[in-house]
Structures are given as structure tokens and as C-alpha cells.
Ligand binder design. Structure first.
Ligand code: IMP
Length: 197
């Protein structure tokens, strides 16, 4: 394999302004021998009911801004008892209501089932290839925030796989990466990225 091709396959650009997301991603992709470079630009985040469409638009916009092949990642927290709210509006709801606001909406709600969904959108300007990869993490909304690691809704999300009902914020990045929506989407991206023709 030519050096240039090998390099192209082993290095990937992640357009994000979120250093927590970058730290999670770089560890996951390193498992596949892929080095991740953070590009601190934010692709436009449209309001839409579909996180895949949000991620695709964001990837195209970010690539236009820096003329590089890159991926973006968009995620949302979908709460069953709230008919999937905040879902695609998670970013806005996190900024306005925060974790406390979600807990308030969930007061006296018995069914606390929820899931995080993630979409990774990869775009290559040369050839105009756009691919998406999905991942999800099932769990429950905690009764109160617990833990200080991670970001966003981590202190109120207990993935089903974690013993003792621990939240993402009570885990190391390494453990969160075992069960997270983002890790699953990124692993499926990495498989494709390494094996494409
Ligand atoms: P974004 O649009 O992908 O940045 O995410 C939407 C919202 O969901 C943000 O406000 C984040 O706080 C939250 N979020 C996304 N991924 C995670 C996660 O892995 N843990 C906790 N919160 C997250």
C-alpha cells in the first residue's frame, strides 16, 4: 500500500467544539489504530426532528469551512415517558433546562427508561461521499444527579450495563466507552473506515 493511502486511512479529522467528545472519540478510534485530529469548528446545527439529518448537514457545512475530509457526531437523549423528548432538541434543552429541568419533568414518573442515540456523519469533499453510522445506549434517568466526570446529561443517565445503577458521570472515560452510544457509532465507523476499498 502506498504511504499516502496508508496515512489517509489511519488519520481522521473530527470537527467538534466539545473536548469531552473528542477525548472519548480519540480513545475509541485508537483501538483501531486510527489517530484522531480535533478541528475546533462547529458545523451548523439545524433544528430538525431527525438527528441523522442534523449530523449530515453539519458534516457538509464543516467540510465546506475547512476543505478536509472529516466527521462530526450528533447525539440526543430520548426519554420514553416524555415521548422521546428532548431527543433532537437535547442541546437546546440542556442549555435552557439543564439536568435539573429534566429531573423536574421526571418527578413522580415511574417509567424512567431512556436512551442516548448518536450519529457519526463522515464526509469526503473529494468525490462527495457522505456516510452515516449509528449507535445507541439504553438506560434509565437517575432520581438525582450523581458523579462529576463527562459532560451534559452524564450525571443523570444510568446505562443498563453498569452495575449498581451508576451514571455515566460516575465512570472513567474508558468505562463509558464500553457502553456509550457514541462509542458504538464510532466503532461501526472505524470498521468501515479501515476496510473500505
Ligand atoms: P450534541 O448536539 O451532539 O452536542 O448533543 C446534544 C446534547 O446532548 C448536548 O447538550 C449534550 O449535553 C448532550 N449529550 C450528547 N452526548 C452526550 C453524552 O455522551 N453524555 C451526556 N450528554 C450528552
Amino acid at each position: 500500500m502506498k504511504t499516502k493511502t496508508r496515512l489517509k486511512r489511519k488519520l481522521v479529522f473530527f470537527a467538534t467544539a466539545n473536548v469531552h467528545k473528542f477525548n472519548e472519540a480519540r480513545r475509541i478510534l485508537a483501538e483501531f489504530g486510527i489517530a484522531t485530529v480535533m478541528i475546533n469548528i462547529k458545523g451548523v446545527e439545524i433544528q430538525d426532528t431527525d438527528i441523522e439529518r442534523i449530523a449530515k448537514t453539519s458534516a457538509l457545512d464543516a467540510a465546506k469551512k475547512c476543505s478536509l475530509p472529516l466527521f462530526v457526531e450528533d447525539a440526543g437523549l430520548f426519554i420514553k415517558a416524555l415521548n422521546g423528548f428532548p431527543g433532537p432538541y437535547s442541546s437546546y434543552v440542556y442549555k435552557t433546562l439543564g439536568t435539573r429541568g429534566i429531573l423536574k419533568l421526571m418527578e413522580n414518573v415511574e417509567d424512567r427508561a431512556a436512551e442516548f442515540r448518536s450519529v457519526v456523519a463522515y464526509y469526503e469533499p473529494e468525490g462527495g461521499m457522505l456516510k452515516t453510522f449509528q449507535g445507541k445506549a439504553e438506560g434509565k434517568i437517575a432520581e438525582e444527579p450523581r458523579g462529576t466526570s463527562g459532560f451534559g446529561f452524564d450525571p443523570i443517565f444510568q446505562p443498563v450495563e453498569a452495575e449498581g445503577g451508576r451514571t455515566f458521570a460516575e465512570m472513567s472515560t474508558e468505562e463509558k466507552n464500553r457502553y456509550s452510544h457514541r462509542a458504538r457509532a464510532l466503532r461501526s465507523f472505524a470498521e468501515w473506515f479501515l476496510h473500505r476499498g
